[in-house]
Structures are given as C-alpha cells and as structure tokens.
Design a protein around this ligand. Structure first.
Ligand SMILES: Cc1cc2nc3c(=O)[nH]c(=O)nc-3n(C[C@H](O)[C@H](O)[C@H](O)COP(=O)(O)OP(=O)(O)OC[C@H]3O[C@@H](n4cnc5c(N)ncnc54)[C@H](O)[C@@H]3O)c2cc1C
Length: 336
C-alpha cells in the first residue's frame, strides 16, 4: 500500500495517507508544512503513533516529530531544569533521568511514545501525571507561524487532558518540553497496585527500585507493542464525584475498585467495569480485549478504524446501560 501507516501506529491499523515525512528541526517542520498545503487536510503531527486510531485513509501528510536533545538549562542544590526535544523517546528519557539522579518521573517508566506527546494527554501512571514536573512547552503555532513558550498553567492540564486536545488542537506543534526534576528522591508510592507490589516483594522506595518495579508491573499487565497491536488503555478511567460513587456502590453488590484523586473526585477503573460485564477477553473480528487487562484493546489482523470503533461502541453502550457511565476513548480518533 502506498504511504502505509500500518507500521507507524502501535494499534497496527490498516491506514495510509497522501505523504509521510519526518522533521528534526523547526526549519524542516516549516518546509514540510509548506509542502503539505497541496493536500486536502492539514498535516497530522505524530510522535510514535502510540495514542491514535488512524483512519483507513488520511487525505494529507503525516509528519513524525524527531527533534532530539536533552539539555540542562539550570540547576540548584535541589532541582534541575531540563529541556528535551519533543521527538525523544519518552522511556529512554525517563531512564536517562534515573541514570543522572534526576528524580520524579520514575512512575512513568515504559510509557511508549515521544516526549512531545506527553503533555498532550498529560500522561500519567501509578499516581503521577507528567504535569507535576512539566514547567514549560516550547511550541510552534501553525496559524501565526510564530514560536512561543507556554507555561504549565497555560497548558491547562487535567486528568488525561490539556489545552492541546481542545481549542489549540492541531494548531500547536510542541518542539521542546521543559521539566523541573528533584535531585533528592521524592518517592510517590501511594498508588495501590504499586505499593502492593513493593510491599509484597519487600522492595525499597528508591527511585531506581520504583522505576524497575513499574517496568516489571507494566510488562505483566500490558502487551508489548512490538508483538501485539494496541494503544495501552483504550478508554479513559471514568472520574465521578464522591456522591455519585456512593450511589453506585450502594446499587451494586460488587466492590468497585477506585482511587481518590487530589481534588476529592473518585477514579473508577474502566477495565473492572468491562470485566464485571463479562467483556474480558471478548473478541470482535480482528479486535479483542486483552486477557490480563480488559482496558486494553488488541488488534491482531487486518482490521481498520471502522472495525475498531464498532467494537468500542458496543463496549461503551454496555457500560452506559448498566452503570450509567460514559466511557471516553483515550487515544485520538483521527477523522478521515
Ligand atoms: C502499551 C501502551 C501503554 C500505554 N500506557 C500509557 C500510560 O500508562 N499512561 C498514559 O497516559 N498513556 C499511555 N499510553 C498512551 C501513549 O503512550 C501516550 O499517550 C504517549 O504520550 C503517546 O506518544 P506518541 O508520541 O506515540 O503520540 P502519538 O500517538 O504520535 O500522538 C498522540 C497525539 O498527540 C499529538 N502529538 C504528538 N506529538 C505532538 C507534538 N510534538 N506536538 C503537538 N501534538 C503532538 C498527535 O497529533 C496526537 O493527537 C500507552 C500506550 C501504549 C501503546
């Protein structure tokens, strides 16, 4: 297939587009964007394609960000300010931090994708969101052709959410991301599955141990993107008010796994809701729910976006009709 994107999205969907290119500098990005104007749709900017559901055909260019570099901007006795090229591999960067004794990001080990995509959905895992350590994004605005800096507040981070998913969607290309990391370990081990793992294996709470533990837990709970098509969690874990949670808990005899967020709201686990309804390991054509983790949709064949979304709609309807909870799709569903 001409300009196939199959190898460029971790869900391995059958997909293609008018043209593909990569950029490793602002100049190259500008050239690519100029070239892309001949096509029907604006160029789609991707990192590693690990959080997208691509259409069968995208009538435009797909540009992969490969801007590299990790630079120490400044440091004090307590903190280090690091600026990172948006095309750097996220996990490699986290490992680099551990090796340099820059602490904070260890809970986010092994999340696939690029540094530049991390702010887009405010990636998070095991009780930590990237927004906790992110101080600035350097961006290029496609409509004004200007570069500028956005503070963490301007990124308007929320749970798996940021300004980049809303009114700035597609308009801003993240070129570099700035982090303020600790030089003294500040372990965050309150997340139930992480603390259980550390306690039961009598593992210390050092950043290196947490990094290793997270890698080990993730390797058991998630399929490798090298072997099985997937985008990690297919649905966002729903967040409800404490009052709504209490009603839900009183309506059903089962115990809902949950996690109380800093703002008092309660995060439920979409995987558990699907499991309770018997969807674990269910299959629909080339798509199934991963046996070890019902939140992960896997793809093992010739499926495309339409097939994938049909299965997703079935699951969403099922959860809504029983629990009255709307499951939102986590990866970006790119329109054709
Ligand atoms: C096995 C697996 C496990 C995962 N686990 C987690 C997890 O624990 N927590 C979590 O939060 N996520 C998780 N994810 C989702 C994914 O890893 C993250 O969302 C990651 O940040 C996506 O990076 P990417 O470079 O592949 O983004 P892409 O899929 O290439 O792009 C995602 C979105 O970001 C936009 N984008 C990408 N780069 C830029 C840029 N430079 N500027 C502006 N917009 C950009 C794209 O247009 C698109 O809308 C997981 C995915 C997989 C496959």
């Amino acid at each position: 297939m001409k300009n196939s994107l199959c190898a460029h999205n971790t869900l391995r969907l059958q997909a293609s587009c008018d043209a593909i290119d990569t950029f490793d500098s602002l100049d190259k990005l500008r050239q690519c964007l100029l070239w892309s104007e001949q096509f029907a749709r604006d160029a789609l900017i991707l990192g590693y394609g690990s959080n997208v559901v691509l259409p069968v055909f995208y009538p435009g260019m797909v540009l992969f960000n490969r801007i590299s570099g990790v630079e120490v901007v400044s440091e004090t006795d307590d903190h280090v300010h690091v600026a990172v090229g948006a095309g750097e591999n996220w996990h490699n960067f986290v490992e680099h931090c551990i090796k340099n004794d820059w602490f904070g990001l260890e809970n986010l080990a092994l999340i696939p994708g690029s540094v530049g995509a991390a702010p887009v959905q405010n990636i998070g895992a095991y009780g930590v969101d990237v927004s906790k350590f992110l101080i600035q994004c350097d961006v290029y605005c496609r409509s004004t052709h200007n570069c500028y800096q956005m503070s963490s507040a301007e990124c308007r981070f929320g749970y798996r959410d940021s300004v980049f998913k809303h009114h700035s969607k597609g308009q801003l290309v993240i070129l570099r991301v700035h982090f303020l990391l600790h030089k003294m370990p500040q372990s965050q081990v309150t997340y139930p599955s992480l603390s259980r793992y550390l306690d039961s294996n009598q593992i210390s709470h050092s950043p290196r141990s947490i990094f290793d533990a997270v890698v080990s837990i993730r390797n058991k709970r998630l399929p490798s993107v090298d072997n099985i098509g997937n985008v990690g969690s297919f649905f966002v874990n729903p967040v409800v008010s404490q009052a709504r949670f209490d009603v839900l808990q009183s309506q059903f005899s089962c115990r809902f796994d949950h996690y109380v967020l800093a703002d008092g709201q309660v995060k439920l686990f979409a995987g558990q809701l699907l499991r309770l309804l018997g969807w674990q390991a269910a299959r629909c054509g080339a798509f199934s729910l991963f046996e070890q983790n019902a939140l992960v949709m896997t793809h093992d064949g010739e499926g495309n976006q339409n097939d994938c979304l049909r299965f997703a709609a079935l699951l969403q309807e099922s959860v809504a009709s029983v629990f009255g909870i709307e499951l939102a799709i986590e990866p970006e569903v790119v329109a054709s």
